[in-house]
Design a protein around this ligand. Structure first.
Ligand code: ADP
Length: 485
């Protein structure tokens, strides 16, 4: 099983207006296996004219789609959820193949990502406004929620399914149409998802998928169009800033899920074994290629050595290899640039005085592999503490007081995920309130949950995905004044 069976010859094209077709100019995009660089598929490569066709298709059906019964939209999402669940293994293999993650990780993402379809199928029928009496008397105030209109979704390569479903799910539920531009490294999963949504009965034009090697050109052209009303982006802060600037011209609504620099705080009253367990999840999920990945370990000085030794033992026991091979715990990184960037951060940290407890040297041979690595005595000013690592490296520094831990945890431009290990309820409350992050995991290394509002503050962006909040990103509010005689 390779998962490629999810895509027939037609589904290697663009999905526009409910039909599969080739890019107008006939250009192709090669998708590579990150384990050895070989080409696993060739698909159509959209140009600007194809993207405009996709937006035309989305705009053509927006009004009809907005007028469908919420229950109908809910049922389509629910059917898609069932179809993905029935093909979970194929989806997992396809994702593992194009992205590199292990099959176990990919299965985890299928169930997580698919859950957004189920969650938002349930939310589709709970979009309501309000009715209230004017405080001054004499009239009623009503609110009506309406879909924002055609959306553009730009998604990253690290979670090819989940980063799509957390936008597509609520948009479908809210009654929006959309153009999706998946990451050029991992477009196959999105094409397979489009095929499932088509099979689930989604009307043509509601979802349009345009893989392209010209991300900037295509998204600029779409955002220059005043028919596009919303942009939701998951990716780097650098690109997020560009898109927010571009959104100014047509004043599109924007949701930005950007980079992170998650601190992982371990206090002296923590259950240390649980903290190591949580650290493995927070650090190693997706090989560290996650915006929620623990980026900096801040450990109380009295338990730092024990924590580091235990973590190094666990990290050193992980097997690195091809994501599809049995017994492999850690797959390849996405590409050569990723390995270079991680290697450089480690080299610089060591130059600044860090010691390598385990890992730290890139293996010889083909593929974009980097070993699980634990660094201690990391200089607080080392770049690895301020830069998003996006790889399997755990840099550990120590702190003496809670105040110091919070100050250092907050000393970053980012504010997405944070993690805390402590047994004190008082401390938990203080930290939940003082950590400048959109999410705080307490005694857990896994915070992602479709029922929870995922998102950040500061340079990690704005907007929330999932939870009750997730659908609001796709709804506008109209207030109606109703005088009563
Ligand atoms: P990464 O560096 O992790 O690949 P990016 O932010 O570059 O993260 O990519 C995330 C998504 O943004 C991908 O779909 C990519 O194609 C897209 N992208 C990259 N640059 C731009 C841009 N200038 N405008 C619009 N989309 C872009």
């Amino acid at each position: 099983m390779t998962g490629l069976d999810l895509l027939g010859p037609a589904q290697r094209g663009l999905f526009i207006g409910g039909t599969w077709r080739e890019a107008e100019a006939g250009e192709e995009l090669a998708v590579h296996d990150p384990a050895d660089g070989s080409v696993i598929a060739r698909i159509s490569d959209a140009a600007v004219s194809d993207a405009i066709d996709a937006l035309d298709a989305a705009c053509a059906v927006q009004a009809d789609w907005a007028a469908t019964a919420p229950r109908e939209r809910a049922e389509i999402l629910r059917r898609a959820f069932e179809l993905v669940a029935a093909r979970a293994d194929d989806f997992a293999h396809l994702m593992s193949l194009e992205m590199g993650k292990t099959i176990a990780e990919a299965k985890g993402e299928v169930s997580y990502g698919n859950e957004f379809l189920r969650w938002f199928s349930e939310e589709a029928v709970r979009i309501h406004g309000r009715w209230m009496q004017n405080p001054m008397g004499g009239s009623r105030l009503l609110t009506v929620k309406k879909p924002v209109g055609p959306c553009l979704f730009i998604t990253p390569w690290n979670f090819p399914l989940a980063m799509g479903t957390r936008k597509i799910g609520p948009a479908i539920a809210a009654g929006c149409t959309m153009v999706v531009k998946p990451a050029e490294q991992t477009p196959l999963t999105m094409l397979a998802l489009a095929a499932v949504l088509e099979e689930a009965g989604l009307p043509g034009g509601v979802l349009n998928v345009i893989p392209t090697s010209r991300a900037a050109e295509v998204s600029s052209a779409l955002m220059a169009d005043d028919r596009l009303r919303k942009v939701s982006f998951t990716g780097s802060t650098e690109v997020g800033r560009i898109l927010v600037r571009q959104s100014a011209d047509q004043l599109q609504r924007v949701s930005m899920e950007l980079g992170g620099n998650a601190p992982f705080l371990v206090f002296d009253d923590a259950d240390l074994d649980a903290a190591v367990e949580g650290a493995m999840v927070a650090k190693m999920r997706n090989m560290g290629e996650a915006c929620t990945a623990a980026n900096r370990f801040l450990v109380h000085e009295s338990v730092a050595r024990e924590f580091a030794d235990k973590l190094a033992e666990r990290m050193g026991a992980l097997r690195v290899g091809r994501g599809q091979d049995a017994g492999v715990d850690v797959g390849p990184l996405i590409d050569e640039d990723a390995v270079e960037s991680v290697s450089q951060l480690v080299t610089d940290a060591v130059h600044d005085g860090a010691r390598v407890l385990v890992g730290g040297t890139r293996p010889d041979g083909p593929g974009h592999f980097y070993p699980p690595t634990v660094l201690v005595d990391v200089h607080p000013e080392s770049e690895i503490n301020s830069h998003e690592i996006f790889g399997p490296v755990a840099p550990i520094t120590t702190f003496a007081t809670e105040q110091e831990a919070v100050t250092r945890a907050n000393a970053t431009e980012y504010g997405l995920a944070s993690y805390v290990y402590t047994r004190s309820l008082d401390r938990t409350i203080r930290l939940a309130e003082s950590l400048a992050y959109g999410m705080v995991g307490v005694n857990t290394g896994l915070i992602s949950n479709p029922a929870a509002p995922f998102g950040g503050v500061k340079a990690s962006g704005f907007g929330r995905e999932g939870g009750f909040e997730g659908i609001e990103e796709y709804l506008d509010v109209t207030y109606v004044a109703l005088p009563v005689g």
